[in-house]
Design a protein around this ligand. Structure first.
Ligand code: NAP
Length: 270
């Protein structure tokens, strides 16, 4: 049961982080929500308050890639919700394009938001989590942490690194009683494609997607059950299963599927 616990949720202004903040609050968790867009955090708190269910959501707006802001957010959690039992690293962003033609800054920015920020947030949170009687960390990863996709090199690298980090921390933090959950998402309805660091939304992304609300329920249930790893939805499970059982087949399919897009992208001015 999660009721009465205290959670920090990053990426809470939209998509999965927002849905998760609401779902956790609905289950009685005291949530500190964070992201850069303050008006969206304010409307999240208002939506929760209007639902009259669960403790009020408090929020702090800022850039989670800044070490100072991460320190501020953890201090705010101690001050406003009395500490932390759960840290959810959901903030993330994507980039599309041929690796060879991309600006080096794209790789830096993708690694900053998808890997360094969650990794350092968890490290900075450990002293506070240690005071909890049942602490947990949640990394929101991607199925692209299991198998790469052409034109998504930076993002795949970042999400693979997140998956690797989650695996190591799961072993290292077990002795301190800190659970580590990796939720690797497949295509999910959110603002993800509206805020790419570079490139344009690809056609393949317009297919069937999980809703952010269903994803949030899957993550919350996994937290309650102390699961270590989940792949919410059929598409995510099928992709990872095929990638594991038939890696050469999936590589051939993806190469074929993206051949034309890669050729076009190489010829585009950056
Ligand atoms: N949607 C998918 O198909 C999909 C698939 C696999 C994995 N994922 C992962 O799921 C997670 C949630 O993404 P989403 O799909 O819900 O997309 P989203 O709606 O775009 O949400 C991303 C969140 O991250 C926040 N964010 C981005 N950069 C930030 C920064 N520098 N500082 C603070 N907050 C920042 C955004 O808020 P502000 O702009 O207000 O800062 C927003 O709240 C990400 O880690 C993403 O990689 C998504």
């Amino acid at each position: 049961m999660l009721s009465g616990l205290r959670a920090l949720v990053t990426g809470a202004s939209s998509g999965v982080g927002r849905a998760l903040a609401l779902e956790l609050s609905r289950r009685g968790v005291h949530v500190l929500a964070t992201a850069r867009r303050e008006p969206l955090l304010s409307s999240l708190a208002a939506e929760q308050a209007a639902g009259l269910c669960g403790p009020a959501i408090v929020y702090a707006a800022g850039d989670i890639t800044s070490a100072d802001f991460r320190r501020h957010v953890i201090a705010t959690a101690v001050e406003q919700i009395g500490g932390l039992d759960i840290v959810v690293a959901a903030a993330g962003s994507g980039a599309i394009g041929a690796f060879g033609a991309a600006a080096p800054d794209t790789l830096n920015r993708i690694m900053e938001i998808n890997f360094f920020a969650p990794a350092e947030l968890v490290r900075q949170s450990l002293p506070v989590l240690a005071a909890s009687y049942d602490p947990a960390v949640v990394f929101v990863g991607s199925i692209l942490g299991y198998h790469s996709l052409p034109l998504h090199a930076d993002y795949c690298a970042a999400k693979s690194a997140v998956r690797s980090l989650a695996g190591t921390l799961r072993m290292e933090l077990e002795a301190d009683g800190i659970g580590v959950l990796l939720a690797s998402l497949g295509p999910t309805e959110s603002e993800f494609w509206n805020h790419l660091i570079s490139g344009r939304r690809p056609e393949w992304s317009r297919g069937k997607q999980m809703t952010a609300a269903r994803t949030a329920v899957a993550i919350t249930v996994a937290l309650e059950r102390r699961r270590r790893e989940i792949l919410p939805g059929f598409q995510a499970k099928a992709f990872v299963l095929i990638a594991r059982l038939f890696p050469s087949l999936i590589t051939a399919i993806l190469k074929q599927r993206f051949q034309r897009d890669v050729a076009v992208d190489h010829n585009q001015p950056q």
